[in-house]
Design a protein around this ligand. Structure first.
Ligand code: AP5
Length: 226
């Protein structure tokens, strides 16, 4: 299964991608996580994108397309993948379509997670994660069962907050989403593979909605049959 999770910053793309990964035995390809890891390990790419990420702007398209193409070719993607954070504008959506065609692949479904802007600010400002395993928590919506220790890996006292989860950056990220990312919705609607779920619901309910959409949808087979 090959799917895209689309939605504004804080909509729950990462949260849902990690759940779907386990259920469908597919890989999450999260471009933001890839960039943050490069920043953390101080690679040349990390140095190139550090300020861009901090300010909430988009990394240049040329970097993304090559990175995604190389990632999709790896053997762990043979069962499929969830794209989380890519594509983020029409240029990237067109490049992805061309790239998949050249690889003889197609998309099963593009799932849009819809959340109001006011809720996004609350979600992003309360988010933190475990620096050891990356498990994501929230001050209000998802606390670890024992304060200070991660439910997933058990590490103690190693929670961190993202440098782009500050008010100015969130404002820029939301503006970038509305002006540059939202225009890809009509692109996928015209390909008849766009489905929407209500991201304002609780995490389990959003997972249930996405699973229902994926069960009903078979865009890839339908498109190949046309
Ligand atoms: P990226 O890491 O992709 O950030 P983003 O799109 O802003 O998305 P987030 O990770 O903030 O949100 P999410 O939807 O994953 O929410 P989450 O599940 O954590 O990108 C970062 C940067 O990298 C970009 O700004 C850009 O600079 C660069 N970049 C990346 N891709 C690029 C591309 N293709 N082109 C150019 N540049 C690119 O949830 C948020 C919080 O809410 C969590 O605390 C969670 O616990 C909580 N939560 C989740 N679901 C619910 C729910 N249903 N109810 C209550 N709380 C919930």
């Amino acid at each position: 299964m090959r799917i895209i999770l689309l939605g504004p910053p804080g909509a729950g793309k990462g949260t849902q991608a990690r759940r779907l990964m386990e259920k469908y035995d597919i890989v999450q390809i999260a471009t933001g996580d890839i960039f943050r890891e490069n920043v953390r390990t101080e690679t040349p790419l990390g140095k190139q994108v550090e300020v861009i990420l901090k300010e909430g702007r988009l990394v240049p398209d040329s970097i993304l397309t090559e990175m995604i193409s190389e990632r999709i070719d790896r053997s762990d993607c043979r069962n499929g993948f969830i794209l989380d954070g890519f594509p983020r504008n029409v240029v990237q959506a067109e490049a992805l379509e061309k790239m998949l065609k050249e690889k003889g692949l197609c998309l099963d479904c593009v799932v849009q997670i819809e959340v109001d802007d006011e809720n996004l600010i609350e979600r992003i400002s309360g988010r933190y994660s475990c620096s050891s395993c990356g498990e994501v928590y929230h001050d209000k919506f998802k606390k670890p069962s024992r304060p200070e220790s991660c439910d997933k890996c058990g590490d103690f006292g190693k929670f961190i907050r993202r440098t782009d989860d500050n008010k100015e950056s969130v404002r820029t990220r939301l503006e970038v989403y509305h002006t540059q990312t939202a225009p890809i919705l009509p692109f996928y609607r015209s390909r008849e593979i766009l489905k929407s779920v209500n991201g304002m619901a609780g995490m389990d309910e959003v997972t249930r909605q996405i699973e229902a959409v994926l069960k009903a949808e078979n865009g890839c087979n339908r498109l190949s049959a046309e």
